[in-house]
Design a protein around this ligand. Sequence first.
Ligand SMILES: CC(C)(COP(=O)(O)OP(=O)(O)OC[C@H]1O[C@@H](n2cnc3c(N)ncnc32)[C@H](O)[C@@H]1OP(=O)(O)O)[C@@H](O)C(=O)NCCC(=O)NCCS
Length: 155
Amino acid sequence: MIADAAIRLATAADAAGIARMSRDLIEHGLPWRWTVERVTRTIRDPNTNVAIVDDREGIAAFGIMFHAEDDAHLLLLAVRGNAQRTGIGSAVLLWLEAAARTAGARRIRVEARIDNDAARSFYNEHGYHERVIRSGMYSSALAGVRLEKWLRGEA
Ligand SMILES: CC(C)(COP(=O)(O)OP(=O)(O)OC[C@H]1O[C@@H](n2cnc3c(N)ncnc32)[C@H](O)[C@@H]1OP(=O)(O)O)[C@@H](O)C(=O)NCCC(=O)NCCS
């Protein structure tokens, strides 16, 4: 399912909420790298799109995509626990993919923890292929998987 969600670009006022969601939903068990300061810098970075979906409880989902020439890198994507599995993550991903296409990206790359079955299933569902499995991608004890999706013309 893909939710019909209203998606907007983040402002600096969203940084604390995004940073908290990153810490709790993505970086749990690891040092907190996506702090409020880093998220604020990222929101202001012209090479990055930070997309948000709001609901009555606040930020329901966000995604951060970095653009470098014809490659795009999905840095973070998360949906609040009680809003998961309603198609909101898909809506944010498709919105960021469309923005990447418009910016000229040929490929989107993303990483996930190897034990993150939800994310791996989600990205596979959206046409991402698992390319590399690397031990210690996140920490000495935590392996990760690198995925990618070609938007046009695989090299
Ligand atoms: C991964 C994540 C972003 C998916 O967002 P979501 O809004 O729940 O996903 P959607 O509802 O759009 O799901 C689309 C499809 O992905 C797959 N999927 C999503 N969550 C899944 C789960 N927990 N288990 C298995 N498949 C799943 C399913 O195929 C699903 O389609 P279906 O519901 O019709 O079966 C969300 O689970 C999340 O925020 N997780 C915590 C943070 C995280 O791991 N982020 C990704 C790494 S940066």
